[in-house]
Design a binder for this molecule. Sequence first.
Ligand code: MRU
Length: 353
Amino acid sequence: MSTGDFLRPLQWRDGRLYCLDQRRLPQRQEEVACADVRAVAEAIREMVVRGAPAIGIAAAYGVALAARDRYGEDAAHWRQALEQDMQLLAATRPTAVNLFWALERMRARAAALEGDPFPSLLAEAQRIHEEDVAANQRMGELGAELIAQDPGAVLTHCNAGALATGGYGTALGVVRAACAQGSISTVYAGETRPWLQGARLTAWELIHDGIPVTLIAEGAAAHLLRGGEVRWVIVGADRIAANGDVANKIGTYGLAVAARHHGVGFMVVAPTSTIDPATPSGEAIPIECRAEAEVLCLAGRRVAATGARAWNPVFDVTPAGLVDVLVTEKGVIHRPDASRIASLLEASDEKMY
Ligand code: MRU
């Protein structure tokens, strides 16, 4: 079994950001080369790059590319132009807070720079990238300790793996670490309509790691959880509000309700860059609604009856009260709430709450 290190969806090479095109997987492994900030923004908007931490990392490289070009165009006024480019990146997708977190970090770094900003901003983007992989590996260890206390089958949703991050994955990082320790009997994955991140991406990356995966249609989840084989539902997050409410891929909320009803543990795995202290509760999290065609069509072909409309919110909010455990790189919080989250963010060392 490999460690998931084979898979780096984002790579900086030859002065460009190369993104593994997640719209084409698993049928085709192709990269999209982004040579400027506009290309990075388009890659995020069009789902070439997806998953909250990966979106943030790609945006950070986008800022570095923008700084290189803006400084080259007009060395005296690059800061104002860079701010416009950051607005372009910020407008790509509204829910994943890692995007705004990464832009803020790049903005702060840029503010301190004199002369050519590109080398320092590229180094900052690379640091954000490497820190994300390290956080995922640490969360993998922490989450695996919890699975070992209640081993069995697990159910995951969407793709919170290497593809959604700098590498290794959040929820799938825990799955990787727990599988290596022999604590997981079966990994179930929901197919995740309409983009099929579970069927296409989660299944692909787990199989590459030698971890068998069993797909279910989303509608099968409650029936599966009632059966008693699954001990944990493990998911990632796109934004965690200050009170612990969790925005994640549409369908997560229903899984949390069913998990609580059937006494199955509900684990959220996310780096602290996904926690947004400025958003008080889930009600304030902007939920992205995408095109109707994503629901009305399958693989580019219309399958819905002519005349039918579609509603396509792509995230939902799970109330903190349904989360049994939040695993971050700074520590594990049982039954997250506002005060436990605030203490975690203030603590410099890793702790259990
Ligand atoms: O629309 P997507 O594919 O970007 O949504 C991704 C998810 O919802 C993931 O579960 C989330 O970003 C966590 S990824 C580590």
